[in-house]
Design a protein around this ligand. Sequence first.
Ligand code: ADP
Length: 453
Amino acid sequence: MRRLTIRTKAILWYTTLILLLTGLLLVLTVAIGRTFLHHSLYERVKEFVEENIEGLQYEDGRYIIDESYIDRENGMCCLAYDGDGTLLAGKLPTNISLGYDFVDGQFLEFYARQRTYYLYDRQVMFEGGGVIRLRGLIYDRESSYVIASCIRAVLLILPFVVLLSVLGGQILLKHAFRPLEEAIRTANEISAGEDLSKRIPVGSERDEIAALARTFNNMLERLEQNFELEKQYISNVSHELRTPVTVILSQCEVALESKTITEEERQVLGRIDRQARKISESIAQFLMFGRLERGMEKLELEPVDFSALVRHVCQDYRLLPDVVPKIEESVQDEIYLPLNREMMTRLVGNLLDNACKYGRDGGKVCVSMGRKDGFIVLTVTDFGIGIEPQEQEKIWHRFYQAPEAKGMAGSRGIGLGLYMVYEIAKLHSGEISVESTSGCGSTFTLKLKDDSF
Ligand code: ADP
């Protein structure tokens, strides 16, 4: 029952219930029918026997049975015995023997020759000492027939009842569950697209499902407001920090160019400069994150020499003082694509940055790009710590950092890089994926439609 939907379960439950109720009804009908029929048979045989009393007389020690005495009628027979048990009138139905003691007023049911018989005894006492014992017999022609017909009718109707109940239930439940299905669809759409502005359509219904949908919508409303506040906050803080960091960087540059500073001062200034660059990089990430989050503002595409862009980013990384791995590139020439230059530069930069951060010290990072099967395929490969299989889904989520990466000395990320890579790839109708083996390295692959011009 675990994998069944609530709708199917409900249909199964009430169909079973209908079957049980029908069975119960059948048993009750049979029981009540039998009781009524017994009663009516009893009344009939009794009446028949009582009527026959009028045809009996006892005169001068002799029993006289006149013409009004009827020994057979309509499935009934009446036998008259004297006090010693000698049959005076009437005849037993063929092949039936009656071994029952005579008891005045008894009504008895017995089964013989595949029929149910009912017996009624009546003793008549005459003045002068005469005794006649009347025994009425009736066989049940109707009750078994009626009951059998009843059962047959119910068994005939039952499949239709079950079919109707299943079909009717399907229609009713489908209608009743429609708002719930709508709610699930919307919730899935929200979670797939992470679009918190979507709401579950709620009509004027006042039932439990509508109440659930309203509660869900209220929750979404609050979540959306909180996310908005968070985005606004990140954006404001980033803007506030940008100017002081730019000032620190430019002052460092000026100071480092001075010929009068000592070697020790140069080292201190160099450290300040490196840390300020990291802060500046994080601010740039936050600002880009804000832009991506603000409904992916209209993407402005321009014809870009993608080959040159990739080479420039690699070159920039080679020039960074603290980049340890060797960057090897194999980039096909003259790939021109409609791209957003700033975003694509960030995408390639983030991949390269991660490859250098999580690559092997003194190892190498390979960047390749070329045309393949109607796509432009860019790969960035490192031979570093790799990513555990269970982490590979999560690395695209914002602010996610794998435990190994968090603990790495010198890790300077904030968990936004790959989220942005993913979003930028999506904005360019591209696909990004990773293949990685823990401890051996990773290859990130970007696939863009080959719209080269
Ligand atoms: P971070 O700023 O922490 O690098 P990212 O969003 O760029 O954030 O990456 C998210 C996580 O994915 C990282 O914390 C790291 O665990 C993992 N990761 C990304 N790139 C690599 C890589 N080349 N090798 C191993 N792990 C990586």
